[in-house]
Design a protein around this ligand. Structure first.
Ligand SMILES: [Zn+2]
Length: 287
């Protein structure tokens, strides 16, 4: 269960957590049975960069695949971010709307991405007002700009060590969202004792043997009925940029590998929960 990555993140092993009730139901329905090798894979694109619009949207569309776009809502159209960093957010919500049209899931990735000290985080240090901005107001932004209620909160921070959450944050998230996708390291793997389902979130960054790794991981996903969430950041031919996850051609090759595998379900987080527990009623939360 260790994924060694040669670029940007040397060693990363991560998991995601979805509300305990979902997890339990999901586990029950996904226990592998004889002759059935079926796993779930999710492609999660974090931070809503313009390159995700340029490359990920058309590439996934070609293979009739839907990803999850995790949007820091106040970054959309924030021109100052273009100047401050090499990260380029999508300029308008109209671009995000195209993902919705194509069947993607739009997740909240907070408002300001306050995941570390530089960004005035992490969340445990935020005031109640700031925390509400990140969790509740980001949801309101998505409803206002897209007319849809986000199902999932994707916690900002490349690992949970960067932005660990406590009961205060978890409670608020669970009140507002049906699923929480986060990243963490080996130490906290399945740390919630009541959570028997194996969700495995892996940041994908370019490395020479990325495809062999992806094939290996997806094989584990199928054989053990794991749900693997690959999360990807900027897509660019400039691999010297530390924000870059992979080249457009590599993303295309990766999607081809996943599409060619008939035993693999590529799902959004919402689809995964709903497929895993079809009786689950989607909860509507008031904001
Ligand atoms: Zn992020």
């Amino acid at each position: 269960m260790v994924c060694i990555l040669n670029f940007h993140v040397a060693r990363a092993l991560n998991i995601s957590y979805i509300r305990a009730k979902h997890l339990f139901d999901l586990f029950e329905s996904l226990i592998p049975t004889k002759g059935r090798n079926q796993g779930f894979v999710t492609l999660r694109f974090d931070d809503a960069s313009v390159q995700q619009y340029e490359y990920a949207l058309p590439i996934l569309e070609k293979f009739n695949m839907h990803g999850v776009l995790a949007v820091p809502t106040k970054w959309i159209g924030d021109r100052s971010r273009l100047v401050q960093s090499r990260y380029q957010p999508m300029e308008t919500w109209d671009k995000v709307k195209e993902f919705v049209k194509m069947g993607w899931e739009i997740a909240s990735h907070s408002r300001y991405h306050r995941h570390d000290r530089i960004t005035k985080g992490p969340w445990t240090k935020l005031t109640v007002k700031e925390l509400h901005e990140e969790i509740i107001d980001s949801k309101r932004d998505i409803i206002k700009n897209l007319g849809i209620e986000p199902y999932t909160m994707v916690l900002p921070g490349i690992t949970t060590a960067q932005n660990p959450i406590t009961l205060r944050e978890k409670r608020l998230i669970c009140k507002q969202y049906s699923a929480l996708s986060l990243s963490s390291n080996l130490k906290v793997f399945n740390r919630l004792g009541r959570n028997p389902y194996n969700l495995w979130a892996i940041p994908l960054h370019w490395s020479t043997d990325i495809f062999a790794k992806v094939e290996k991981i997806t094989r584990i996903s199928k054989n053990k009925a794991f749900w693997v969430i690959f999360y990807i950041h900027k897509i660019s031919d400039d691999l010297s940029d530390p924000l870059t996850s992979m080249k457009p051609s590599q993303l295309k090759a990766l999607v081809e590998i996943l599409a060619a595998d008939e035993d693999l379900n590529v799902v959004t987080i919402r689809q995964g929960v709903e497929l895993g527990c079809p009786d689950q009623k989607v909860q509507v939360h008031q904001v």
